[in-house]
Design a protein around this ligand. Structure first.
Ligand code: APR
Length: 242
């Protein structure tokens, strides 16, 4: 039986589709997740690497970790899950609200992507308002701004707020969609994990794509316990048949 059988008849009604994605959707591109059974955090203490205090305490350690992530991400390619989401734009209005900083949705061809937690290629000065995008390795760690202060990754760390303009738009998209597909996220980090609640309040259908159970599995209309790269192409094929 087609795993999406329960919603097959509603496919033609889905006109505004929002994807909420996390590290799991890039796992099959070779980028480790943070949590879950083979999560990256097992080797690192999140509070030692992804907080502003940790950065000021040991900027070199944090930059070594981010440089390793940059190397990993620059060598990665979008997988079938990213590509399926990009292809869906031919059949419906699609917005991707991603917690990922790897840029793989954009590389796959998605045109409406909100990066809730920033981007691995973006950097900013920890003091002045200098910002830039760098897709090459840094020769020195930590990199120094021309004002003399340390540059930092332009990502959202624990305890920091999301860029307000991005978050406001994300809430509006979540509140107005008729289908939300939550793929590859444990939904443990706020406020991204509130997006399915906004969608549900608007009577959207919620679909979870994740090999493991999440904090909000019980709220979903349909749960697909499988990997996004194997599931999403099948999901998109139903729109082609319509
Ligand atoms: N397909 C779909 N889901 C998968 C796959 C896969 N191939 N592999 C793993 N997963 C699932 C895991 O079961 C887990 O539920 O992806 C989820 C990844 O969860 P996390 O590692 O917690 O990643 P994420 O939810 O994106 O974390 C949110 O936490 O550390 C911060 O800022 C960081 O953006 C990140 C945020």
């Amino acid at each position: 039986m087609n795993m999406f059988e329960p919603i097959k008849d509603q496919i033609k009604d889905f006109k505004k589709i929002v994807f909420v994605t996390g590290a799991g959707i890039s796992q099959e591109s070779g980028i480790p997740t943070f949590r879950g059974k083979d999560g990256l955090w097992r080797n690192y203490d999140p509070m030692k690497l992804a907080t502003i205090d940790a950065f000021y305490d040991d900027p070199k350690l944090v930059w070594e970790w981010y440089n390793e992530r940059r190397r990993n991400i620059f060598a990665a390619y979008p997988n079938q899950g990213h590509k399926a989401i990009a292809e869906l734009e031919k059949y419906a209005k699609v917005v991707v609200l991603t917690q990922n900083i790897d840029g793989l949705h954009q590389k796959a061809g998605s045109t409406e992507v909100l990066e809730l937690h920033g981007s691995i290629i973006k950097i900013k000065c920890s003091v002045c308002d200098f910002k830039d995008e760098i897709s090459t390795e840094f020769s020195e760690i930590p990199p120094i701004c021309k004002c003399g202060n340390i540059l930092r990754p332009d990502v959202v760390w624990f305890g920091e707020s999301l860029p307000q303009d991005v978050w406001q738009k994300a809430m509006v998209f979540a509140s107005q969609c008729d289908l939300m597909v939550i793929a590859g996220t444990s939904l443990v980090v706020s406020p991204a994990n509130t997006l399915p609640i906004y969608a549900k309040q608007n009577n959207a259908i919620l679909i979870e794509v994740n090999p493991e159970i999440t904090e909000m599995s019980s709220e979903m209309d349909l749960v697909i316990r499988n990997s996004s790269a194997s599931v999403l192409p099948e999901f998109i094929s139903m729109f082609k048949e319509n």
